[in-house]
Design a protein around this ligand. Structure first.
Ligand SMILES: CC(C)(COP(=O)(O)OP(=O)(O)OC[C@H]1O[C@@H](n2cnc3c(N)ncnc32)[C@H](O)[C@@H]1OP(=O)(O)O)[C@@H](O)C(=O)NCCC(=O)NCCS
Length: 158
């Protein structure tokens, strides 16, 4: 069945979590990627997060939000069985259109340097910025990586 894109919903979480954990390329953390924070993010950014659904289950998602200044994209993923048919591009375009409609002038995505998905972002017009250094700071000790060095499918129970 051809996937249909719609706004993301809290009940998508379980399927989406498995997609994130089973895939390379996405860094899943215990706090930001918990069910509670997924719901929090959707509440704050309802208009810009989209799920692709096929046969009643999520097969792709984009988390996108804005802080009133610029847009930020996280964890774009498509189920391997549905890749290569323009689904990620559709999800991305929906989010970018929604950002534009909200008056936002630009968006960013942080991508692991070795991720082959960099070619996707390049293709979609996202520039590499060698003039910048990405910096962050941990604010909570209990926020840990969930899927680093784990085999696909080997994820903690929810
Ligand atoms: C990256 C990802 C979301 C792309 O999903 P997709 O639905 O297969 O992508 P699309 O079919 O919409 O591709 C759009 C364009 O990007 C290109 N592209 C997509 N993935 C690519 C890849 N891994 N390498 C090179 N080009 C790629 C496609 O060829 C296509 O260009 P074309 O129309 O000129 O052929 C998917 O590979 C994925 O889920 N990867 C694992 C998770 C991940 O790393 N996400 C990114 C986190 S920052």
């Amino acid at each position: 069945m051809e996937p249909v894109c719609r706004q993301a919903r809290p009940e998508d979480y379980e399927a989406v979590y498995r997609l994130w954990m089973d895939s390379g390329g996405i860094g899943v953390t215990s706090l930001e990627d918990s069910k509670e924070y997924f719901e929090r993010f959707l509440q704050r950014n309802q208009a810009t997060c989209f799920t692709a659904e096929a046969d009643g289950r999520p097969v792709g998602i984009i988390l996108c939000g804005n802080d009133g200044r610029s847009g930020h994209i996280y964890h774009l993923i498509v189920d391997p069985a549905f890749r290569g048919r323009g689904l990620a591009r559709r999800l991305l375009q929906l989010s970018l259109e929604a950002l534009r409609a909200d008056g936002i002038g630009g968006a960013d995505a942080v991508v692991f340097r070795e991720n082959p998905a960099n070619d996707f972002w390049e293709q979609e017009g996202f520039r590499d910025r060698p003039d910048l250094i990405y910096r962050d700071i941990p604010l909570k000790q209990d926020n840990v990586w969930m899927n680093r060095s784990k085999r696909p499918g080997d994820y903690p129970k929810l």
